[in-house]
Design a protein. Structure first.
Length: 175
């Protein structure tokens, strides 16, 4: 399990027994705003957050009932969370092990990356162009040290080596 997933697991496992019960899961709140529990685009309500900007809470999950703010009702959220817990509990023992949690974490990360790409790919052609992803164009220009319009592996490695570490700057792009 990666470091972020391990930290999330530990924060949800409030009694520290190495397992997440349904009660712990339902009581968990995402560490950041956004999907699953905070003011995030398109998602409403509380729920088990799986990482920065990615929650396991309902909202865009096709729930039919809506509360006064347009999001799902408290009953819908609770039912969704209970169903989600049951789906994640692969061995059906009423607890999430670290392995079950890690699998859910990986799935959530994959979903988040897929959704992000789809959102950026405005015309849906499966390719990001410079018009669809301007921050990449600026970054690419800085990495393209010979100015040929492409970035080689060596140029990318050199750019990473020259960049400050994530602890030095919170806005460093992922590797």
């Amino acid at each position: 399990m990666d470091e972020r997933a391990a930290k999330m697991f530990a924060s949800v496992d409030t009694n520290g027994d190495g397992k997440i019960t349904q009660a712990e899961f339902l009581a968990a709140k995402p560490p950041h705003g956004g999907p699953g529990g905070g003011p995030g685009p398109g998602m409403h309500g509380s729920g088990m957050g799986m990482g920065p900007g990615m929650g396991m809470g309902p909202g865009m999950m096709g729930m039919g009932h809506h509360g006064p703010d347009g999001g799902p009702t408290a009953q819908d959220r609770e039912a969704f969370q209970a169903d989600l817990f049951k789906a994640l509990d692969a061995d059906h023992n009423g607890q999430l092990s670290q392995a079950e949690f890690a699998k859910a974490w990986e799935t959530a990360q994959t979903m988040m990356k897929t959704q992000m790409f789809k959102k950026l790919d405005k015309n849906g052609d499966g390719v990001l162009t410079k018009d669809e992803f301007p921050p990449f164009v600026a970054k690419m220009k800085t990495m393209d040290t010979n100015g040929d319009g492409t970035v080689t592996r060596d140029e990318m490695k050199a750019a990473r080596a020259a960049s400050p570490t994530p602890s030095q700057t919170p806005s460093t792009p992922p590797n």
